[in-house]
Write a protein that binds this ligand. Sequence first.
Ligand code: PLP
Length: 405
Amino acid sequence: MTKITKSNKLHGVCYDIRGPVLTQAKKMEEDGLKVLKLNIGNPAAFGFDMPEDMHRDIIRNLYSAQGYCDSKGLYSARVAVYQHYQQKSLPHISVDNIYIGNGVSELIQMTTQALLNNGDEVLIPAPDYPLWTASVKLAGGTPVHYRCDEQQDWFPDLEDIKKKVSNKTKALVLINPNNPTGAVYDKTLLQGLIDIAREHQLLLLSDEIYEKILYDGAEHTSIAAMCDDLPVITFNGLAKTYRAAGLRMGWMILSGKVSAMSDLATGLDMLASMRLCANVPAQFAIQQALGGVQSIDALIEPGGRLFEQRNIAYEGLNNIDGVSCVKPKGALYAFAKVDTAKFNVKNDEKMMLDLLREEKILLVHGRAFNWPEPDHFRLVFLPHKDELEPAMARMQRFFASYRQA
Ligand code: PLP
């Protein structure tokens, strides 16, 4: 029989956070080895429970959640999202321009599918959360990566963005707070991005899933709140701030010059209705999450669990000879630099495989985040300090003698 081959559409589409290194880790686990998986930002797996009230609201509403709902989502959930962004002063918003999805992931894919013609370009940060690059490619678009500058707290390099805008550029993606770098953008930087988008008539796509995971007094500003004359889509969800990744709940909201997005919105409506609707029981958690007590505060304040773990990761990485990392101001990750000359590193994925085999710690290599050089890796600082501290010591031991063959 002729081979059943995968579609050409998948050519060049990568999502290496769950790639070959994870496959190797799973094999090791099947052989009975204990692997510390610091590759995925899944808070529940490390004992971070979602707020009790969210459980209660899902359970109480289970019986009335058996049928499909509106393709854009439950009205009550969309009103809660609307009120959240009303408080953040997003201009020209309406409940009608809010879409609930099965995670932000689904909404990113819907947006890129609805937006892009073959060859349309989208400016995406490097490093990025790789779903953005993968989704743009899958939709036939061309991801064009702009550089974020490690020397400038990983802020996007505005000059690099300006150089990379072309007459095919349709949108500019920002991830703020950032995965994988932990950067939180200030208003000056956001204004710089707005100026570029305004000059070139670009759609702004702002992924803000770590909106409330902030350290050291960092403040988050939604870029959408700063411009009413540009089309902006803001993405957020329950996975991180509310530790409910398994619920698969996200939302997106159109704001600013929404009239410029009316055609795109008909495309989004169609794609939303093609997948009928998002999981209904989980939508009942949204109102409670956005309106309830913000239980994340206790975790990110000095002395809080996430705050402490961020410090352990930051200090631990910088204590390793040949490794350094910028202090993350938000999110759940540290993006560390390795001295490639010292360790003779040519292949960062191999470096991660070597670490996995020797110390049973699973990390993700920097190029998985579309970072161009093999000189970074990302660490998830979700484990409790009792696990994280020994892990940092094991990494120190690994790098003390590491030299890539
Ligand atoms: N956007 C960013 C920046 C992320 O880091 C993630 C998950 O790690 C997602 C989107 C996907 O979120 P969800 O679980 O809501 O699909």
